[in-house]
Design a protein around this ligand. Sequence first.
Ligand code: COA
Length: 275
Amino acid sequence: MIAVMATVSVDFSGSHVFVSGGTSGINLGIAEGFAAAGATLTVSSRSPERVDAAVQRLRGHGGEVFGLPADVRDYEATAGVLEQAHAQHGPIDVLVCGAAGNFPALATQMSANAFKSVVDIDLQGTYHVLRAAHPLLRTPGASVLAVSAPQAFLPMLAQSHVCAAKAGVEMLVRTLALEWGGAGIRVNAVVPGAIEDTGGMDRLAPTEQAQELVRGSVPMGRLGAGADIANGCLLLASPLAAYVTGTVLPVDGGWSLGGAQSALHELVTRAASGA
Ligand code: COA
């Protein structure tokens, strides 16, 4: 007989959730999802103003929220924020590595430093957060989530830097799932699709016509909401996923099955031609 858990809780009361990059866009939506589920939060990003605004907003859910600025490219600063978060709220139950950067540029039309900037933020920065957080995670039981992108597995025009960095992030997730599984730490990734009302989508599809093109490329026929990504993270961090590690979960209405690539190529080509 297989024992099946009768009730499932998405109650994160008493859990400490740390979200890097958690002060805007998709990552703020993830932080809000955990705040609404009762978690104690720490958020961090480069901008002190965004950190302050996010802390105020997240406190509206009634829980304790702490925030400090740091650039994930700076290992010492990142480790310092994680240590202060640990001193403030105790061991980290859920670590979300969300900080990322992106701009569209063909490989030969960006500088070596431009390519390095995105790799440093997305890949090296994710490693910095993981490396510095490791001794501060609750063991056993911690859940680590990296925020990836369809670029990790779909080659895309004008995204060589992001494709390389996010592919690296997904392999980092799989290798750390191997290395940390014995200590009871699960490591997974979510792949957000086209999410409405984010800076990324506003830059990518600034007109209603462009948004319609994106919407039409999503098999489920709608853009995602921030809450969709938060729910994917809550699922992977919850007891429902207690035996799930090293996996990459697209939360995208089917966009990464192919539509993402064609829609983004069309938008990048239009932008490059000034259309
Ligand atoms: N095309 C080509 N090169 C670009 C570029 C673009 N659109 N934007 C930045 N670069 C280059 C810069 O010229 C610089 O290279 P250089 O020193 O050879 O001139 C390098 O990238 C670093 O740029 P900088 O402005 O110093 O950026 P940063 O290190 O402060 O931040 C990003 C890098 C990616 C965060 C920044 O480009 C950015 O703000 N992007 C949009 C916001 C964003 O990514 N939000 C996250 C959503 S996923």
